[in-house]
Design a protein around this ligand. Structure first.
Ligand code: 13P
Length: 252
């Protein structure tokens, strides 16, 4: 049985005060880590503040990191520093990073290797654009992103990996994929992992859905065979909604 994971990607939202208020509001009411993993990914400057106050259940993730160990990369953040300040997760290859910051599949692959060199659990994001879905190319697009991202990773690494299937047309649009669309593509991703590695690995790897997830539409997603949780943008900014969604994972 894979443990469900509910992750909030705050993107470029919340000041330090707002972030701390959120942490205090959820800390005592989150489900036990024994049953559900909950993660918040805030803006980088408050990572350390949140790690210090994460409590027993919550874990903290970064929204991106650089692939190099160190060097002249103004503005970037290293895996070494993330590990050093107690961050546990890192989102890699979010579609907004790919679109606005020219992150390529090859860079995503190098970042995954780097995250695993440190003690970080990567949340690898993949997903198709609207015209790709409408052109029936979803599986080709997602397979290519996945194959390049996983190049050279060992079974033990992929077992620990989290994949988030985020169709780009569903992000921030209020237009969620249907449960059938999400489950179908996530089952495809799991089969692809099985073909590339083996059944044991594909049964271990957790695959989340992301794209306009909210407390209303999440429960049905969690009832499927393959969707192990969600990567949530907008709805994760609200403490009450985040708690409701973490609870839905506990009750699934
Ligand atoms: P929304 O939940 O706001 O659509 O964002 C999804 C997302 O991009 C999470 O990484």
């Amino acid at each position: 049985m894979r443990k469900p994971l509910i992750a909030g990607n705050w993107k470029m939202h919340k000041t330090r005060d707002e972030a701390l208020q959120f942490i205090y509001a959820v800390a005592n009411d989150l489900p036990s880590r024994q049953y559900v993993d909950t993660v918040i990914c805030p803006q980088a400057p408050v990572l350390r503040d949140l790690v210090k106050r994460q409590g027993e259940q919550l874990r903290i993730g970064a929204q991106t990191m650089h692939e190099a160990t160190e060097g002249a990369y103004t503005g970037e953040v290293s895996a070494a520093l993330l590990e050093n300040i107690g961050v546990d997760y890192v989102i890699i290859g979010h579609s907004e990073r790919r679109e606005h910051f020219a992150e390529t599949d090859d860079a995503v692959n190098r970042k995954l290797h780097q995250a695993f060199r440190y003690d970080l659990t990567p949340i690898l994001c993949i997903g198709e654009k609207l015209e790709e879905r409408e052109g029936n190319r979803t599986e080709d697009v997602v397979a290519k992103q996945l194959d390049i991202a996983l190049k050279g990773l060992g079974k033990d690494q992929v077992e620990r990996l989290v994949i988030a299937y985020e169709p780009i047309w569903a992000i921030g649009t209020g237009k969620t994929a249907t449960v059938e669309q999400a489950e179908e593509t996530i089952a495809f991703i799991r089969r692809r992992v099985k073909e590339t590695y083996d059944e044991a690995v594909s049964e271990q790897v957790r695959i989340l859905y992301g794209g306009s997830v909210n407390p209303e539409n999440l429960p049905a997603m969690l009832k499927t065979a393959n969707i192990d949780g969600a990567l949530i943008g907008g709805a994760s900014l609200n403490a009450k909604d985040f708690l409701t969604m973490a609870d839905a994972a506990l009750k699934r």
